[in-house]
Design a protein around this ligand. Structure first.
Ligand SMILES: *Cc1c(COP(=O)(O)O)cnc(C)c1O
Ligand SMILES: [Zn+2]
Length: 421
C-alpha cells in the first residue's frame, strides 16, 4: 500500500441545498440560495453507512462521535475535543416544577470556552479548513466571540470578531485574551450582523454565522444526540431551550428526528419549548400570535439572547408548534431568580440565558404546559462567570469577621433564626 491510501481521506465539506426551493449547489462558504435567497443546508448521502449504538458508545467523548451526522467527509482536523458535556440529574428542580424528572444539559462546562457555541464553532472551523480559509470571524452577542477566538487561537487562524459596543466585561476579556482582532460596533447585534455580511463578501473570510452558517448550524444538533445517548438511548418528553437566532431550537428538532429515523431511539421527537427574555422575545411572540415575525429592539440584561431579528425565528416557531411545545418569555428579575434557583437546586451556575431557561421552565410548569408525567431536559448553555454583573447585586453580602470562634458562633445562631435562603 502507498502512504496516500493509508492516510485518512482529506476533509471536504458536504454540498448544499436550499431549504425553500430545493436548489442544490457545490460546497462553498455561502449561506443563501442564489435562486430564491432561502437558507442553505448541507446535503447528506442517504445511503451512507450509519454506526450502531455500540459503535458510537466506543468512540471518544466528543461531538465527533456523531460524525456521520456532521456535514463533512473525511476526518475533522480541528476542535476534536468539544462536546459530550454532562447531563445532570436534578431532582430538586423536578420538585420545584412539579414534574417527574429534570436533567440539566450542562453546556456551562463546554470545552474550551464555557458555552454551547463551542459546538457550532467546532463545525464551522472545520468548514473553514475544508475551504482553505486562514481567517474566520463572527457577529456575536458574546459567547460566539469567546468561542471563535478560542478555537481560532489553537488552530493558528486569524480571527476578526465583531460585537455590539455594550457587552459584559467577561465576554470582552474572554475574547481579547486569545489574541483575536476584536471590534466593538456602535449599534445592536442586528447592525453588527448586517456589517458582517458585507465583511464576508469584501474580504473572503469565513464568518462562522454568516457565510459558514449552513455548516455552523449543524453543530447544534449534537446537543440532541448527546441527550438521547446519555438518557440510555431514549428521548425525554420535553426539552426547554433558550433562543437567540433560533438555530439551536430548530436543530434540536432535526437532531432528535435524525436519531429516530436512524432507528437509534424509539418514540417521537420531544415537545420543544423555547425561552427568551421578555425584553427581546420576537420568537415567543411569533409562537403566541402567529403571522409574521416582528423584529424588536432588545432591552434586557440577557445580552446573549438579544437578537431582535432572528435569522431562524420562523423555523424555530414552527419546530415548537409542530412538536406540540410552546414558548415563554421572562422578565429580568425572573431570570435572576432563575440563575439562583438553578444554582441552588442543581449546582449549576449559569449565565443570563440559563436563568431565562430555568425561569421559563418554571413559568411553563405553572401554566400546566409541563405536567407531573413529564421528563424534562433544560438546555443550560453558558457559564455564570461570564455574566457576574447580572446576579452579583442580588446576592446577600458575605459577613466579615475577626478570626475568632465566638464570631462564627454568633453567625451560626443568627442563621438558625434568619436562614439566608
Ligand atoms: C447563542 C446562544 C444561544 C442560542 O442561540 P441560537 O442563535 O438560538 O442558536 C443560547 N444560549 C447562549 C448562552 C448562547 O450564547
Ligand atoms: Zn432557493
Amino acid at each position: 500500500m502507498t502512504q496516500a491510501s493509508i492516510a485518512s481521506p482529506p476533509l471536504t465539506a458536504r454540498p448544499l441545498r436550499c431549504r425553500n426551493c430545493g436548489a442544490e449547489r457545490a460546497a462553498a462558504p455561502i449561506a443563501i440560495c442564489e435562486e430564491c435567497l432561502g437558507p442553505l443546508d448541507p446535503v447528506y448521502d442517504p445511503g451512507r453507512p450509519l454506526p450502531a449504538r455500540e459503535t458510537i458508545a466506543r468512540r471518544a467523548p466528543s461531538l465527533w462521535r456523531y460524525k456521520e451526522w456532521l456535514p463533512f467527509d473525511g476526518d475533522p482536523v480541528w476542535s476534536l475535543d468539544t462536546g459530550f458535556t454532562p447531563l445532570v440529574d436534578a431532582p430538586a428542580l423536578a420538585r420545584r416544577f412539579g414534574v417527574a424528572r429534570v436533567w440539566v444539559k450542562n453546556d456551562t462546562v463546554s470545552h474550551p470556552s464555557l458555552s454551547f457555541k463551542d459546538r457550532v464553532v467546532a463545525a464551522a472551523i472545520n468548514a473553514a479548513a475544508a475551504f482553505g480559509l486562514d481567517t474566520i470571524g463572527c457577529a456575536s452577542t458574546g459567547n460566539l466571540a469567546n468561542a471563535v477566538a478560542a478555537h481560532a487561537a489553537r488552530a493558528g487562524l486569524t480571527a476578526w470578531i465583531f460585537i455590539p459596543e455594550e457587552l459584559e466585561t467577561a465576554k470582552v476579556v474572554g475574547t481579547s485574551v486569545y489574541g483575536s482582532r476584536l471590534v466593538r460596533v456602535r449599534g445592536t447585534y442586528d447592525d453588527v450582523n448586517r456589517l458582517c455580511a458585507q465583511v464576508a463578501d469584501r474580504f473572503g473570510w469565513g464568518i462562522v454565522n454568516v457565510n459558514l452558517r449552513p455548516y455552523y448550524g449543524e453543530g447544534s444538533k449534537t446537543v440532541a444526540y448527546e441527550i438521547a445517548e446519555q438518557l440510555g438511548w431514549r428521548f425525554p418528553s420535553a426539552v426547554v431551550a433558550p433562543m437567540a437566532g433560533g438555530s439551536l431550537l430548530t436543530k434540536l428538532r432535526k437532531g432528535f428526528g435524525e436519531f429516530g429515523a436512524a432507528g437509534l431511539v424509539a418514540g417521537g421527537v420531544p415537545r420543544l419549548y423555547g425561552a427568551q427574555a421578555s425584553g427581546c422575545a420576537p420568537i415567543v411572540r411569533l409562537v403566541e400570535r402567529g403571522g409574521e415575525l416582528q423584529p424588536e429592539l432588545p432591552r434586557t440584561i440577557c445580552r446573549s439572547l438579544a437578537i431582535g431579528n432572528p435569522a431562524d425565528g420562523a423555523f424555530a416557531a414552527r419546530a415548537i408548534r409542530e412538536t406540540g411545545g410552546w414558548a415563554a418569555a421572562v422578565g429580568d428579575a425572573e431570570l435572576v431568580d432563575g440563575i439562583r434557583f438553578l444554582a441552588q437546586d442543581a449546582g449549576v451556575f449559569a449565565e443570563t440565558a440559563g436563568g431565562v431557561t430555568a425561569a421559563a421552565a418554571l413559568a411553563l410548569a405553572r401554566d400546566g404546559r409541563l405536567g407531573p408525567e413529564d421528563e424534562v431536559v433544560l438546555c443550560v448553555t453558558g457559564h455564570g462567570l461570564k455574566t457576574l454583573e447580572a446576579v452579583g447585586n442580588a446576592l446577600p453580602e458575605a459577613p466579615v469577621i475577626a478570626a475568632r470562634l465566638r464570631d462564627v458562633t454568633t453567625l451560626v445562631e443568627e442563621e438558625r433564626t434568619w436562614p439566608l435562603r
